[in-house]
Design a protein around this ligand. Structure first.
Ligand code: WTA
Length: 640
């Protein structure tokens, strides 16, 4: 709250940046708000369209907005084919390093060929425009190729983060009705080999829509036996072997679905967020260009996993539309030792580096000596995403990694927003540690009270639609409306974050205002965990909360009461943890499970999660007289 330090970009950076001054930003911003249609129409002209739009924004069916209606385009074409004429054809599109150390480079021409072959392979299996294809792959080039091949033929990709469990795969595949799933025999993580296909085999057992499973071969079979089911499973390399190296890009309607990406909400069921073609395309193109200030000579590295939205928008779609060179690393930051990231930056001369606060905090903890051994002078711009960054971590990033010369873009956005809504512009905005600062073009944020009045500290809202916004929740238009467009009479988009506006009108994100917890930048709904706990036959009631965590930002604490006659012991804790691992994945395990005879409740029986949070954080509890049984508080307090 008292953070007053301010760091303007260096003169040298600003002079070379796409946008060079606050005046330039303000004037473009004014135009984008006063005449959004003109603004979004002009910027879209940089891209390739088979047919231009009839209207830029159609808002008669609010909140079901359409962008670039009447247009025909293809996002894969704009990411790859558009660069094949001219100097970028033989430029590296993807520089990949596997965790064990192998390297692969794909030029734009190579990438085009690989995408076309796989796209033809998908077609040969009967995949058509509109069909859903699930992708359960770690960070290997085939994941980028598969995503773009789907976009090329108009199939809807649904990437499932490869840390999710078999049951999560099942839920997502069943909800999307995917016809094909792509996976890998096994993946490497921190030196260990994980049998990925086995997880998928289990996950798709009851998925009637799946016709084929395509398997990328990553391991010599002696080490990793892999059983292929006759008629259903097919090796990736066999599928692409004889395919033609050209495949026409499908002419997609502007609002044709591009992908589904599942994310946690406040209920037990993850939502399939829908993104469509043209608006998402223009929005990721423009935000990447200006926020990462991408230039042809940059080597850009975003450390996110393609299983999350950051990997979709800012590994694949945005940077490739800008003809960037991507550095992509498969594995863990601490393998074989804690300096792997710095080693990669030095080796590939990474110039733009985009990572998460949770990673920065882990590096700080591991100590400076891992960083000091490396030459990081190639870096010119740093970014962070996924959760609020504490000023201490920001300062470390600024001094240790950025040598006090690299601007830091603290980018605020969500799976639902498709792209970044709040961020400094690197050549323009004086940054403040921990602050996402100002809106991107076309974005009009407001900080509101519950009643809808503008306030200094309250709930973040967005006044106008923007091209990259979600178009719905798969199969559930009502939930889409209720979740995002019902607060404040449906006048504003409600992202679910708290925010504060300071004296410079900078926006500080204060964390979620709903029951979503952000663990290492992974969104987890507390309701999802509660319903898993309750599935256990010994459990009577459960409440799950998020608590501050030194490295992860937030961690989860599970409160559980057991049924009459059941035993609350370590065995039960183990059983509950394995249920979470089985239903979601290990990344969603709570830090702590607390047993008590009851939970703090109001007299009408409502669980007081606020009191649980205060206990967990060691805060003064104040008046407990509204509780039905105040003695449970003491019982729980003793366990912290
Ligand atoms: C949080 C990730 C503070 C926020 C792109 C949001 C942030 C949720 C920031 C979305 C940031 C993301 N500062 N908080 N720079 N970026 N968040 O859908 O709570 O995985 O609502 O998208 O992460 O998470 P999601």
């Amino acid at each position: 709250m008292d953070e007053n330090r301010s760091f303007p970009p260096t003169k040298e950076f600003s002079e070379k940046a796409h946008i060079k001054s606050m005046e330039a930003y303000k004037s473009m911003y004014q135009q984008s708000i006063q005449d959004p249609e003109k603004f979004w129409s002009e910027v879209a002209n940089d891209l390739h369209w088979f047919k231009k739009w009839d209207t830029v924004l159609e808002d008669s069916k609010k909140p079901f907005f359409s962008w670039y209606k009447g247009a025909k385009t293809n996002l894969c074409y704009n990411c790859v084919d558009r660069h094949l004429e001219g100097p970028n054809k033989n430029k590296a599109a993807v520089i990949w390093e596997g965790e064990p150390g192998e390297e692969k480079v794909l030029t734009y021409q190579d990438l085009h060929r690989e995408i076309c072959k796989f796209a033809n392979g998908l077609k040969s299996l009967g995949v058509k425009k509109g069909d859903r294809v699930a992708l359960y792959l770690p960070m290997v080039p085939e994941l980028i190729i598969s995503v773009l091949a789907c976009a090329r033929i108009g199939a809807v990709h649904s990437v499932i983060f490869a840390g999710f469990s078999a049951e999560s795969i099942k839920d997502r595949v069943q909800d999307s009705g995917a016809k094909v799933i792509v996976t890998e025999d096994a993946s490497y993580r921190r030196g260990k080999v994980l049998a990925l296909k086995e997880i998928v085999d289990l996950g798709i057992q009851d998925c009637k829509t799946i016709e084929k499973q395509i398997v990328v071969k990553r391991h010599p079979h002696k080490e990793m036996p892999c059983t292929m089911q006759e008629g259903r499973d097919i090796w990736y390399h066999d599928l692409v072997l004889d395919q033609a190296i050209d495949c026409p890009a499908e002419e997609m309607d502007a609002e044709d679905m591009l992908f589904l990406l599942y994310t946690s909400g406040t209920t037990g069921k993850p939502k399939g967020i829908i993104h469509t073609t043209a608006g998402y395309m223009v929005y990721t193109y423009l935000t990447s260009k200006y926020i990462f200030d991408l230039k042809p000579e940059d080597v850009y590295w975003c450390t996110a996993d393609i299983g999350w939205i950051t990997g979709h928008s800012y590994i694949i779609y945005g940077p490739l539309q800008n003809a960037a060179t991507l550095m992509v690393y498969e594995g863990a930051p601490n393998f074989p030792d804690n300096s792997r990231f710095w080693n990669l930056i030095e080796k590939y001369k990474v110039s733009v580096f985009y990572t998460a606060p949770t990673a920065i905090r882990a590096f700080m903890k591991w100590g400076d000596s891992w960083v000091d051994k490396h030459d990081l002078s190639s870096l010119r711009l740093l970014g962070t995403v996924g959760e609020p960054i504490n000023p201490e971590a920001w300062m470390w990033y600024h001094t240790k990694i950025g040598a006090e010369k690299c601007p830091i873009v603290d980018t605020w956005w969500q799976t639902e927003t498709g792209g970044i809504l709040l961020s400094p512009l690197p050549g323009v905005t004086p940054t403040k540690p921990g602050c996402a600062t100002l809106p991107f073009f076309g974005i009009e944020p407001a900080v509101l009270s519950e009643e809808g009045d503008e306030v200094r500290a309250g709930i973040l809202s967005i006044k106008q639609p923007w091209p990259g916004m979600l178009r719905g929740i798969y199969g559930d238009p009502e939930r889409f409306k209720e979740t995002y467009w019902c607060k404040w009479n449906g006048e504003y988009y409600f992202p679910g974050d708290g925010a504060r506006k300071d004296e410079d009108d900078y926006i500080w994100i204060l964390g979620r205002v709903d029951d979503v917890v952000n663990v290492s930048g992974h969104r987890i709904g507390t309701a999802e965990l509660e319903s898993i706990n309750i599935e256990h036959s010994s459990v009577a009631e459960s409440a799950v909360i998020g608590v501050p965590h030194e490295i992860k930002g937030q961690g989860l604490v599970s409160f559980v009461t057991v049924k009459e006659g059941k035993i609350a012991d370590d065995e039960l804790k183990k059983a509950l943890n394995s249920l979470v691992a089985q239903k979601i994945g290990k990344f969603a395990l709570p830090e702590k499970i607390i047993f008590s005879s009851d939970l703090p409740k109001t007299r009408s029986g409502k669980i007081m999660r606020r009191i649980l949070r205060d206990i967990a954080e060691g805060k003064a509890l104040g008046n407990l007289s509204t509780l039905a049984d105040p003695s449970v508080v003491e019982e729980i307090q003793k366990q912290f």
